[in-house]
Design a protein around this ligand. Structure first.
Ligand SMILES: [Zn+2]
Length: 289
């Protein structure tokens, strides 16, 4: 097994825009962080807000996105930031933001990835910690969602999307052996999507008031509205991006084989929880030995 060192970024860098759900203006600042700090999010607009560790124990239950709270402050829709950091194997970073949601950009992770690459990655002394499934197993959730996971030396991830014959999003799948180069080329640019039929309901709840077909792929019976797909299976790639960001909430780098079918944030969080608890078990066993 290859030993890899932890990484942070060489200097702070900012990304500005507005949030997808709430539409607030936001400037997000990636800051370098010391070894073993992990990833944490901190609100600069909430007085007394402390860094919230990007770990499964701090996940708040909100629909359609991943949110963290420590009871005092919260951040929402962090999954594309998490995917960017995990994809580039950045272990330690303080993500400061002056609103509840990061900028949505074009709906993908690319605006974060570009900023992180400009900042540059630096290796630290401590070794990176890896989390992997203890054994081959399958987790099922409602609506036919499932994730099959098993241990492996590397990180491979597959996603199968099938919303049925009536959906404007055609059944599609994608599978990758994850490395930073593959993430950058095949995943980072895959954008968020929504069905045209869902938009009215979301807007009534006050969501997505500033979203347009430029930062959201909108599918109706004709296909994608006012935009062009980057890949024919861009939706499956985006769901894979979301899963990757969510799995990283285990609190370190992920390794293993994962095959997700129609999985959403909730089921992805279950996987992160299991990865997190397995890590705890293995370190306990090692200490006892
Ligand atoms: Zn997403």
């Amino acid at each position: 097994m290859k030993l890899r060192r932890q990484q942070t970024i060489a200097r702070a860098i900012e990304v500005s825009g507005f949030g997808l759900f709430g539409g607030q203006d936001c400037t997000l600042r990636f800051q370098p962080a010391p070894e073993n700090f992990g990833i944490a999010f901190q609100r600069s607009d909430v007085s007394g807000a402390r860094p919230i560790p990007a770990q499964i124990d701090f996940v708040a239950k909100v629909p359609r996105r991943t949110a963290l709270t420590d009871g005092h402050s919260s951040v929402e829709t962090i999954e594309h930031v998490m995917a960017a950091l995990a994809g580039l194997e950045i272990d330690n970073c303080l993500v400061e933001l002056n609103a509840i949601e990061p900028p949505i950009g074009d709906g993908s992770s690319m605006h974060f990835v570009s900023a992180l690459l400009i900042a540059g990655r630096v290796e630290q002394n401590a070794l990176a910690s890896y989390f992997e499934p203890a054994q081959l197993g399958r987790i099922d959730a409602d609506n036919g969602q499932s994730i099959v996971a098993g241990p492996a030396e590397d990180y491979s991830l597959g996603y199968e999307l099938d919303y049925g014959p009536a959906s404007p999003v055609r059944p599609q799948s994608f599978h990758i052996e994850m490395t930073p180069a593959v993430f950058l080329r095949e995943i980072a640019g895959a954008r968020t999507f929504v069905l045209a039929s869902e938009i009215e309901g979301l807007r009534k709840m006050g969501y997505g008031q500033r979203a347009t077909t430029e930062n959201l792929l909108v599918f109706d019976g004709q296909g994608v509205q006012g935009n062009t797909l980057r890949w024919s299976n861009e939706c499956a790639r985006h769901k894979l991006l979301d899963a990757m960001g969510d799995f990283a909430l285990c609190g370190g780098r992920v390794r293993g084989r994962f095959h997700a079918t129609k999985s959403g944030h909730h089921l992805n969080h279950d996987v992160a929880r299991r990865l997190h608890s397995h890590k705890t078990e293995t370190s306990r066993v090692r200490r006892a030995a």
